[in-house]
Design a protein around this ligand. Structure first.
Ligand code: TA6
Length: 295
């Protein structure tokens, strides 16, 4: 694999042609291309990449809180979705390994964010000693991203984590999201009411913002078109899956998102956001997603 630094992004290309690009701002994966050069992730044409706002697209890392922080909580004065996606991470290095017996066929990029790197504002808002290591692993068969959370202090802290995948799709009216049937979900477009998913596949016909709870992480959640999987996601340690499309009105309301762009994207976001993960001082926690593209 070749790995190069391009401004504040790290780019890796496999001998087989696949490539990935990771912005140090938020350790946000902003591009994942298959060997045929086809881009798999959606990044808005109006995304802000100068570090003044979370990148609208790719795979933002959400930590330590998902959504608007609750009142009377350690995260209360953090911005929506926490600080991880809005801080510069450091590139810790690369390693390559083999997959399916082929030497050097995959590449792993590691990124770090620790409490000492936080802005004064965020450190004051959430004064815990922590260390995050985010690994991005590219192979010809998949893109895997994994977040390792370490509590480096003596006090326990609680957190959410979520990998906010923006998938690039040809036409939102033609895709379905499969394998969430019979799960309970929180419907953010309907006063956060909890509902049962009765259909075998979900179509997107309007603003959609649902947090599926207690998923079987080994059951692939798939985004399909005409019965073929465009993406399949399995997880470890991430037992919620959020499905989001802003649709017309919310798209118009986002300055870093084109009015029509909702038609070419869908977010399917593995996370651990049903309840607070509690991490005792000195302990660590890890969550991983593996995304398999249409091959
Ligand atoms: O993806 C779920 C969600 O929480 C939506 O409710 C919407 O707010 C989205 O995240 C984007 O949030 P952002 O803060 O990036 O505009």
């Amino acid at each position: 694999p070749t790995v190069k630094v391009n401004g504040n992004a790290i780019e890796a290309t496999l001998p087989t042609g696949e490539s990935v690009s990771v912005h140090l701002y938020g350790a946000t994966v902003t591009s994942w291309k298959l060997a045929n050069g086809q881009e798999q992730l959606f990044v808005s044409s109006k995304a802000i990449l100068d570090g003044s706002k979370a990148i609208r697209g790719g795979i933002p890392v959400v930590f330590p809180v998902f959504g608007p922080p609750p009142p009377n909580h350690a995260t209360s004065s953090l911005p929506q979705h926490g600080f991880a996606r809005s801080q510069n991470w450091e590139f810790l290095g690369k390693s390559s390994s083999e997959s399916l017996g082929k030497k050097d066929s995959t590449v792993k990029l590691d990124f770090g964010l620790s409490s000492s790197m936080l802005s004064e504002q965020f450190r004051k808002a959430w004064p815990y000693e922590f260390g995050l290591v985010y690994s991005v692993i590219l192979s010809p068969e998949s893109l895997e991203t994994s977040i390792h959370v370490q509590n480096k202090g003596s006090q326990p802290f609680d957190f959410h984590v979520l990998l906010h995948n923006y998938f690039k799709i040809p036409d939102v009216s033609k895709i379905r999201v499969q394998n969430l049937q019979s799960l309970t979900y929180t419907d953010k477009t309907d006063n956060a009411k909890n509902k049962q998913e009765t259909s075998k596949e979900i179509s997107i016909t309007g603003e959609t913002d649902r947090i599926y709870l207690d998923t079987d992480p080994t059951a692939p959640v798939s985004i399909t078109q005409d019965g073929k999987a465009l993406f399949s996601i399995t997880r470890e340690g991430l037992n919620t899956v959020t499905v989001w499309n802003p649709w017309v009105e919310k798209a118009k309301g986002m300055s870093d998102f084109g009015d029509e762009e909702y038609k070419g994207m869908v977010c399917v976001e593995p996370g651990a956001v049903k309840s607070w993960q509690v991490l005792e001082g000195g302990d660590a926690w890890e969550g991983t997603q593996t995304i398999r593209p249409r091959l």
